[in-house]
Design a protein around this ligand. Structure first.
Ligand SMILES: NC(=O)c1ccc[n+]([C@@H]2O[C@H](COP(=O)([O-])OP(=O)(O)OC[C@H]3O[C@@H](n4cnc5c(N)ncnc54)[C@H](OP(=O)(O)O)[C@@H]3O)[C@@H](O)[C@H]2O)c1
Length: 329
């Protein structure tokens, strides 16, 4: 495992981040990742050299379970060895009219619960999970800046938003002399078609890009078949098997083309499609790219960590880009 500077910050992170969205998540009657499996996955990640962990206040059924599982695991580890990111925005308490969004009130309430569940007194990265159109970005940034000044948060992050929103937030920080977003978390993977100039903003501003769903929720591992209606059909227990919504979420003509190309490259270089899809992101030069990968089994985790040992040629990269763009090379 190699370590890289997190954007323009002084903090070093493993070149793969572990995403814990499915910790404590119930899909129907199935608990996708229970406490014991979560701890095995964290052990495997840590033993493989991973130090960068992503969670959110609302992950798990009920909200907070993912942070709680991580906090539990950290009691036997040295907190300082890890770079831990969490998020705020989505409703934590559905009944409280102020229990959502990016108001000063909600941010200040949520950080305490997050730190408590994680059993720590600071977060390395605190993301806004979404843009809040009901709260002025200046209020949000002032509240976040206060958390940095109090030592509760080291760096600020921005997940899923439009290029203009990210630009406006950076501009607001600059003119008001507040902490800036240093880390971003868009959905991005080998089959993803960029829709605005979001990644150009990240590149220009030297922001770390930590893409979520880098395997398109498992689709790019090649384990899904296409049924007659074009839906993705996965093995028993896979995400799209458990949750119908995922049969279409990552599926398009483009993604089928990209996964075919990834499988063919994986075959040529004796790697797995998951490793090729991850390596492709890690090698991006236009901006710093640290994929936040999920894993539901220890085997998947080991396979994904071994993406660090795979190398892709320029020709491989061009073939994946051409498949995404639908062009010949
Ligand atoms: N900011 C946001 O709004 C946002 C949104 C989504 C996610 N996230 C973050 O990003 C993280 C990753 O997202 P994601 O889970 O969608 O990422 P992903 O890495 O694209 O998908 C992970 C899923 O793919 C399957 N998988 C992983 N490795 C595999 C392998 N080697 N072979 C076969 N299947 C494999 C597993 O699902 P099954 O085995 O269950 O099929 C696993 O749960 C989340 O945990 C969360 O931290 C953030």
């Amino acid at each position: 495992m190699e370590y890289t500077q997190l954007g323009s910050t002084g903090t070093r992170v493993s070149e793969i981040c572990f995403g814990t969205w499915r910790f404590g998540m119930k899909s129907g009657d199935v608990l996708e990742t229970d406490r014991s499996l979560a701890h095995d996955l964290l052990d495997t990640f840590w033993e493989g050299g991973g130090n960068y962990i992503d969670t959110a206040n609302v992950y798990g059924t009920t909200s907070g379970t993912s942070e709680e599982y991580i906090g539990d695991w950290l009691t036997d580890h040295d907190r300082e060895d890890f770079v831990i990111a969490s998020k705020v925005y989505f409703p934590f308490d559905e009944d409280n009219p102020n229990g959502r969004g990016l108001s000063r009130t909600h941010i200040r309430n949520q950080i305490e619960g997050t730190l408590d569940r994680l059993g720590t007194d600071y977060l390395d990265v605190y993301y806004i999970h979404r843009w809040d159109e009901n709260t002025p970005i200046s209020e949000t940034l002032q509240a976040l800046n206060g958390l940095v000044e109090e030592g509760k948060v080291n760096y600020l992050g921005a997940s899923t938003m439009a290029a203009w929103q990210l630009t406006k937030a950076l501009w607001t920080s600059d003119v008001e002399g507040l902490e800036r977003f240093e880390v971003t978390q868009p959905m991005y993977h080998a089959a993803y078609q960029e829709v605005d100039n979001y990644l150009d903003v990240c590149a220009d501003q030297d922001l770390a890009v930590c893409p979520y769903s880098p395997l398109a929720g498992g689709f790019l591992t090649g384990k899904y078949e296409r049924d007659d209606d074009g839906h993705a059909v996965g093995p028993d227990g896979s995400r799209a098997d458990l949750v119908g919504y995922f049969q279409d979420e990552y599926v398009s003509e483009t993604s089928w083309r990209v996964v075919d190309t990834i499988e063919s490259i994986a075959n040529d270089i004796d790697a797995s499609p998951a490793q090729v899809a991850l390596r492709y992101l890690m090698d991006i030069e236009r901006f710093q790219c640290i994929p936040i990968v999920g894993a539901r089994t220890v085997g998947q985790m080991k396979e994904n960590l071994s993406a660090t040992d795979v190398s892709l040629s320029a020709d491989h990269r061009n073939r994946i880009a051409a498949a995404r763009e639908g062009s010949d090379i």
